[in-house]
Write a protein that binds this ligand. Structure first.
Ligand SMILES: [Fe+2]
Length: 277
């Protein structure tokens, strides 16, 4: 097994691992370490069935039940799909993952990781961008670090400020998913102790104790700062890629910049995280 860095701050490619086969403990440990240090792990040339994907990711944690069961695979419901072929009830195309966000931050214990496995891809485009919010935090002026330290973000399923609309939950899913949760804007990584900015433009409704006229510009500033190109790794997908990223210290976004007559279809699974601190 070999681990190769993909950009100065973020991303590591794991070579020499076949995820359909058992992984020896030393390799597993090295991958877990690389995951915490590099935030994105990339495995190329895998061809996993949903059940094999489930087995493979279980070495990194416990599966997190995703919020919208509309996207669950019928023969393996813990695995969901991401596809550009779905439409909103009004007929508009639904592009999953568009716009900067971190996954399911409206959960009390949001998923520590999300894993995607590319089954079908367009000829070009549809890259996923990742922004390293730990490096972004580090680069904040001291006054901003102090300002955000005590603040709590209010996370909901669908923020009224978000430009991107999510697919509505059915009644059963609504009962399961919290109405709103509070998470700190300054989050400390439970494994590395590294601090990062924890925001989510798609889910944050506001900041506890602040008026919108104060909260929204602050969130806007943090987003603009944190997603600067110098903090990014951009993943160009190849068929068979399996990519796992750390939702605790990254923002990510998909790009709907490709020929929509071509199918983009990936399997998705998430791993349980802890209460953000
Ligand atoms: Fe996402």
């Amino acid at each position: 097994m070999e681990i190769r860095l993909l950009s100065p701050l973020t991303g590591a490619e794991v070579l020499g691992i076949d995820l359909t086969r058992p992984v020896v403990p030393e390799h597993r440990q090295a991958m877990c370490l690389a995951f915490v240090e590099r935030s994105v792990l990339v495995f190329r040339d895998q061809a996993l069935t949903p059940h094999q994907m489930l087995d493979a990711v279980s070495m990194f944690g416990t599966v997190f039940p995703q919020h919208n069961t509309k996207f669950a695979l019928s023969d393996c419901p813990q695995i969901h799909y991401v596809s550009n072929q779905d439409r909103f009830p009004d007929g508009r195309r639904y592009i999953p993952g568009d716009g900067w966000h971190t996954d399911h931050s409206n959960a009390a214990r949001p998923p520590k990781a999300t894993v995607l496995h590319a089954v079908s891809l367009p000829d070009k485009g549809g890259d996923t961008q990742y922004a390293n919010m730990a490096a972004a935090y580090d680069a904040l002026p001291a006054a901003t670090k102090e300002r955000i330290a005590p603040l709590m973000g209010i996370h909901v399923y669908q923020s009224s400020h978000s430009g991107r609309k999510l697919m509505a939950l059915n009644d059963t899913d609504k009962e399961r998913v919290p109405n709103a949760v509070l998470h700190p804007l300054l989050r400390t990584h439970p494994e590395s102790g590294v601090k990062s900015i924890y925001i989510n433009p798609i889910r944050i409704e506001g900041i506890l104790g602040l008026d919108h006229k104060e909260a929204l510009p602050l969130l806007g500033e943090l987003l603009e700062h944190g997603t600067a190109e110098c903090f990014q790794y951009r993943h160009v997908w190849k068929r068979g890629d399996l990519v796992m990223w750390d939702n605790r210290c990254l923002l990510h976004k998909a790009n709907g910049d490709y020929d929509m007559s071509q199918v983009r279809y990936l399997y998705r699974v998430m791993l349980q995280g802890d209460v953000p601190q």
